[in-house]
Design a protein around this ligand. Structure first.
Ligand code: F6R
Length: 364
């Protein structure tokens, strides 16, 4: 049942601290990432020369976060492909490729077909999946289950953040095995990951503040979400979540790209949701926010608490509890999920069953 919540989506958002705990706890030994119980051998992480992440929708957005981390931490060649495009794009795939397929249901036909194709080309396939024994799990060489528990709402929430948690474990494992992190660095990365459930709880405790921010976008027909780097990756997901449950047209844009076209659409009728969680990108990001503000847009700002001190009070702001910058996607994702949820429920929609959407997509 819904455990007293009006919708599964809210229940599943609230479950995330526990879900993350379940995803990571049994995969940490003496503070180090450990996939022994999953039967995933170290060689797949050391023998590959490149990584290909294949997924659809929200699962692909988890892949985009992983791509940013793998590039910056491991300095490896990594592609993220929409499963529906993958095999028609003549991808470079061979024995030196590690393919990571990501899927909540494990039944998405495009992702399944992409895995079969990659295996035929000689790639090793590791999957990140929620549903045990599903088709993609069976087709893969190795599986890391997300252990999020059943996800009933059509809009994916806890599956996404547990996929991210598995990716942090993979990054730690690869960095350790490939000599990028020392043992101490690996342990400190893992310790930060272990803070996630508590940090998410803080966001959840502040949910009424996010509910108020939802009012600011309730009447919008069109909306933009802007950010740079990791913030852009999570806004792609925040934007998908908002459009599918609230039917508001929302576009995520890398802030620096705005002036190359879409800024023509910014008026007082297009609210802008901005995320600022990456210290090194902050000053550029803030000037992009000023640009859209000066064209009349109302700003809803999600900002890392410790970066928020000098920010103009003209913005409606939610302070995200601090983590190290590369982990800020965890609190930010929960906040964006809540925003989408409150917009949908305040509009009186059937949050769990958006029109035209199915939980499992088995047509190409
Ligand atoms: C959005 C959503 C979809 C799925 C996509 C892939 O909230 O749920 O975008 O993420 O259909 O589904 P899975 O992960 O089951 O392969």
């Amino acid at each position: 049942g819904k455990n007293g919540y009006p919708f599964y989506m809210e229940k599943e958002i609230m479950e995330q601290p526990d879900a993350i705990e379940r995803t990571i706890t049994n995969r940490i030994t003496s503070g180090m990432p450990d996939f022994t119980a999953d039967g995933v051998p170290d060689e797949i992480f050391t023998q590959c020369e490149r990584v290909n992440i294949i997924a659809c929708g929200t699962a692909m957005h988890a892949g985009l976060v992983a791509q940013a981390l793998i590039k910056s931490i491991l300095h490896m060649h990594i592609d993220v492909d929409m499963a529906s495009e993958f095999m028609y794009s003549d991808p470079v795939i061979d024995e030196k490729s590690l393919v990571i397929a990501v899927s909540q249901s494990g039944e998405t036909i495009d992702t399944l077909e992409a895995v079969k194709y990659a295996k035929k080309r000689g790639a090793k396939c590791l999957s990140i999946i929620n549903v045990k024994g599903s088709s993609i799990a069976r087709e893969s060489d190795y599986v890391l289950y997300t252990n999020a528990g059943p996800e009933i709402a059509v809009a994916s929430t806890k599956a996404y953040t547990t996929q991210l948690a598995v990716f942090y474990l993979i990054v730690a494992k690869m960095a350790q095995l490939r000599g990028v992190f020392s043992q101490e660095e690996t342990q400190s990365f893992i310790r930060e990951l272990q803070r996630t459930p508590d940090v998410m709880k803080k966001v959840l405790e502040g949910r009424q503040e996010i509910h108020k921010l939802a009012n600011k976008v309730l009447e919008a027909k069109d909306l933009f979400m802007i950010g740079r780097g990791l913030d852009y990756s999570i806004l792609l997901e925040g934007s998908l979540k908002l459009k599918e449950v609230s039917y508001i047209h929302s576009e995520a844009y890398a802030s620096g790209e705005l002036k190359h076209g879409p800024i023509a659409l910014i008026t007082q009728d297009t609210p802008v949701v901005a995320a600022v969680t990456q210290e090194k990108l902050m000053s550029k990001e803030l000037s992009n926010i000023k640009e859209v503000r000066s064209r009349g847009a109302d700003i809803v700002l999600f900002i890392k608490e410790s970066l928020a001190k000098d920010i103009d009070r003209a913005y409606d702001t939610f302070h995200l509890p601090d983590m190290q910058d590369e982990f800020m996607v965890m609190p930010a994702s929960v906040a964006l999920q809540l925003l989408a949820y409150y917009v949908s429920s305040d509009k009186g929609f059937d949050v769990d069953k958006p029109r035209n959407l199915a939980k499992v997509v088995t047509v190409e």
